[in-house]
Write a protein that binds this ligand. Sequence first.
Ligand code: C2E
Ligand code: CA
Ligand code: CA
Ligand code: CA
Length: 280
Amino acid sequence: VKQAGRNGVAFFDPEMEAAVRQRHQLQLELARAIDTGALQLYLQPQVDAGGRLLGAEALVRWPREDGTLMAPGSFIPLAEETGLIVPLGNAVLQQAAALLQRWQSEAALAGLRLSVNVSARQFRDPQLAEHVRQVIEQHRIPPQLLELEITESVFLGDLEAARRTLQALDALGVSLALDDFGTGYSSLAYLAELPFDTIKIDQRFVARLGQHSRQDEAIITTIIALGRQLQMQVLAEGVETEDQERYLLHHGCHGLQGYRYGRPMPVGQFEALARAQPTP
Ligand code: C2E
Ligand code: CA
Ligand code: CA
Ligand code: CA
């Protein structure tokens, strides 16, 4: 029999109703975790062609009551669907800026760049640039040390609005990276006009290197050549093996990120890694 659920939604199936309740519960818990600052940043090293540490990508983790850490793949989609991604993203920005501020007073950490992910929905938040401006000012950080990773999905829809937002962010002096490049909707024609500093080659292409696929190799070498032509830095993610590293460097890739250089790790562990680097 058809019954009206709590929100006036009709449920046909008790299993489906249970799933909806569970999802709603998770949403409430996530909202609380954002409010109480319970989400944690894990940092994954990024290195240059000479193996020197450039900085890190901040990847969010949700510590659960049972002591496990929930990976973003299990809650970012929910956050995007419910709009929680905006406060979540702002909390991540806030934490990243606070970390950068602390790093500026220590020689081994000052100058390291921190990249944060900005989801498409957060990118479309009209307050985004103003929020970024505020965290930079509040923490008095060199803006170029904060990098925003943006995926091509922001260019679906209103391209002009996306361009204006990018320009507003660029005017603040932050670095801009085009994330997961090669998987989406980028048109070469507009890539050339947008103020990106870095192109990140999607790990799917890197993973297939070494399988002697001419197509994947062609895609990677083309992306690197394109980035270089456009005076952008090219960073490959998901680098796991020496062969992948050799191929990427041979073709002129500037930056590398992947398990080969370190998994996402707690902040303290990343700082210890940075302190252990040889001083230039
Ligand atoms: P992403 O931005 O593409 O991040 C890279 C993902 O690849 C991370 O997964 C990282 O742990 C994983 N990875 C890094 N190196 C390797 C490697 O060598 N091999 C393999 N197989 N994987 C590698 P993670 O941490 O689970 O994050 C997944 C996605 O969740 C991210 O993909 C990003 O889209 C999203 N995400 C994470 N943190 C945030 C955040 O603060 N805000 C938003 N909006 N999204 C986030
Ligand atoms: Ca990313
Ligand atoms: Ca710029
Ligand atoms: Ca990526």
